[in-house]
Design a protein around this ligand. Sequence first.
Ligand code: SAM
Length: 245
Amino acid sequence: MLEELGLGEIQSEGWETLGWIPSDRQLEIFNILYEQILAGNQRLNLTRITDPVGFWEKHLWDSLRGVVPWLSGDKLPLRVIDIGTGAGFPGVPIAIAIPTAEVTLLDSTGKKIAFLQTLVPRLGLENAIPYLGRVEAIAQQSDHRQSYDLVVLRAVAAATVAAEYSLPLLKIGGVAVLYRGQWTPPEQQDLQNAIAPLGGKLDSVESFVTPVTESVRHCVYLRKIKPTPDRFPRPVGIPTQKPLG
Ligand code: SAM
């Protein structure tokens, strides 16, 4: 559908900014994803971004911009979790783009997970697993805690809260990608204070502009350098009520 709407050109120029070009099969799956999101939107409030260019930029391109380091090069098995995935962003585009990744799509809203349970087979994705739960609870379970190579979070919580959600789930050496809009020095200072007791360090902050609307975005990369103490994450609701930092 994106192609039919004349977006082929924008798409191919745009994908080049990621240093990655999807195969025809991957483009086909992105198109089915777009159709399914539009259809799902009629019943559920999945996204306000429904025009094809906006969908391409804010849902496809933006989702993949955060994982550029994992898009090319050796395709190693990768265990990934998208915390607060909503309608599947950024986790579903990541599962499409990186077939060797196994992507857990976590959300605490039953309706979102029910949507993803019908979406994933329609996309023919065998490497995406919708999962209903609160991150504070699953991060204390042994089959999830310290089990992931990569954690992604977009539009879920403040950065300090996102750090408390993500670092317990990472293996040592694993990376959390926090997708942010604006990014300020006070946010960075609060984040630095929050990650030290969680066993993390700030690897880098990347600033970039999106290819169509030239909006400013940031990706914050955290690395786990030592085990997170058992008391983190704190019980359900506490990280947002009393943020670290
Ligand atoms: N990441 C998606 C995106 O960027 O389009 C969806 C963002 S939506 C604004 C935030 C989602 O996070 C909601 O679907 C909500 O149910 C989920 N969420 C919030 N707190 C959560 C928690 N503690 N555990 C799991 N999911 C959570």
